[in-house]
Write a protein that binds this ligand. Structure first.
Ligand code: F3S
Length: 427
């Protein structure tokens, strides 16, 4: 791999041991991927490995997060003192909400570790966003900007909606990138790897967030990790719809980028979306395909008595909270169920000031931050049946938490929370 002078200097240890180890890791990683060089990045969404039971045991023995970072993110047995990050770095979702950890069934030891983890992150200069939707909090990369993002729903949004460039990175590569401001130049960083592969004729007029989730889920399952080009979309989808579409496609498949002809920034036309390539296959999304995706997402559930309703995957925007509050206000969550809504901490601050948190709390529901059931594996005790408006949670919760899960619209989910019964259907 060809290195620039500043990269070589870091590799030679001229900026200290931690950056040297980080460069060694990036060079090994880049060479394994066939990258010819590194590229500058000043936009990392990753963080420090957090409050898993394994890390907890390790930290207890090793005695510091410097040791955790060295072992798990710099691949170094030798403990190095981690310096302040060089690149702008936002933390991703964590294992618990520090304000509701007991309700989430988290043990005190894990909570204490989480707080030490937060302290360490701020010590090295990581922005404590603790969300999979950093773009809701002002991290909005511009077209062509090289990023190193980690979480799948964030990655697909970054590539597709912003036209910024990232691969799905891991803890190790984002850890090294935040210290050096470098990431291997391969995959989605290269223009030629961003062209569409599959043409999708969108025949069903997707309007709602739920429809966009179904569209993403159906297409992701077929194209897997390739790049679908959606053609025929009549109404411009807003942030919530694209957020749900990408998250769903990244769950049923491994979609890291999609185009929507006439809408997303690298698909002003079909020619731009595909370049000189021809689609390897053409598929359609009509009524039958929508129903197929809906049936698949609802295949795990039988019992219509609902224990838990989960909203906010990916984390809810303030617009979605506003919509939810209009449906919740003046109602009461059924005594046999729980309604948990997830949003970034900074959005909750706005919700507090707007009176939304009060509306949610008065209804007996809870507005949570920093985590989600699928990633944090948090839930109230004894939950068997959950309901969600997120195709991503509906995809993962049966496998990760062993739950029966119903998928539907935000309105159906909130009705389920109020009545304690699932009555959703595809309309
Ligand atoms: Fe975000 Fe958790 Fe969903 S990380 S995309 S809220 S599974």
């Amino acid at each position: 791999m060809k290195l620039t002078d500043d990269e070589q200097a870091m590799l030679d240890g001229k900026e200290g041991l931690a950056k040297q180890k980080a460069m060694e890791l990036l060079v090994k990683y880049g060479e394994a991927l066939g990258a010819e060089r590194l590229v500058d990045t000043n936009n990392i969404c990753g963080g420090v490995v957090g409050a898993t039971p394994f890390v907890r045991k390790f930290e207890a023995k090793a005695g510091s997060f410097d040791a955790v970072f060295s072992e798990f993110q710099l691949d170094s047995r030798e403990v190095v003192e981690v310096p302040k990050v060089k690149a702008f770095t936002c933390s991703l979702i964590q294992g618990m909400d520090p304000a509701h950890w007991q309700m989430q069934g988290v043990e005190p030891g894990a909570y204490e570790l989480n707080m030490r983890h937060e302290w360490f992150c701020t010590r090295i200069g990581i922005q404590l966003m603790n969300t999979c939707t950093p773009y809701l909090l002002g991290n909005v990369p511009v077209k062509g900007e090289h990023c190193a993002w980690m979480e799948s729903s964030a990655v697909v949004y970054c590539n597709s909606v912003f036209g910024a460039r990232t691969n799905t990175e891991g803890h190790e590569s984002t850890g090294a990138a935040m210290l050096t401001g470098k990431i291997p130049y391969w995959g989605y960083h290269l223009a030629e790897n961003r062209l569409g592969t599959h043409l999708v004729d969108v025949e069903f007029d997707a309007k709602s967030v739920m429809d966009w989730g179904l569209l993403g889920y159906y297409v992701g399952e077929i194209v897997q990790e390739r790049i679908p080009v959606l053609n025929g979309v009549r109404q411009v989808p807003n942030l919530s719809r694209l957020k749900h579409c990408g998250a769903a496609a990244a769950s049923s498949g491994g979609v890291e980028m999609y185009h929507i002809v006439g809408i997303t920034p690298e698909a002003h036309s079909m020619e731009e979306a595909f370049g000189k390539k021809k689609p390897v296959a053409t598929l359609k999304f009509g009524k039958a395909e929508r129903k197929e995706a809906y049936d698949n997402l609802n295949s795990s559930a039988k019992d219509t008595n609902v224990d838990l309703v989960v909203l906010g995957c990916p984390h809810y925007s303030i617009e979605q909270l506003w919509e939810a509050c209009k449906l919740i206000e003046g109602n009461r969550v059924h005594s046999n169920t729980n309604l948990w809504i997830f949003t970034p901490r900074a959005i909750k601050d706005i919700a507090d000031r707007n009176g939304y948190t009060e509306i949610i709390t008065n209804a007996g529901a809870t507005l949570m931050t920093d985590t989600c059931p699928a990633l944090g594996q948090v839930s109230p005790k004894g939950v068997k049946v959950a309901v969600t408006d997120s195709a991503k949670q509906a995809h993962y919760l049966p496998a990760i938490m062993g739950l029966q899960v119903w998928f539907g619209s935000q309105e159906e989910c909130i009705q389920a929370a109020i009545t304690g019964r699932w009555r959703g259907e595809l309309k």
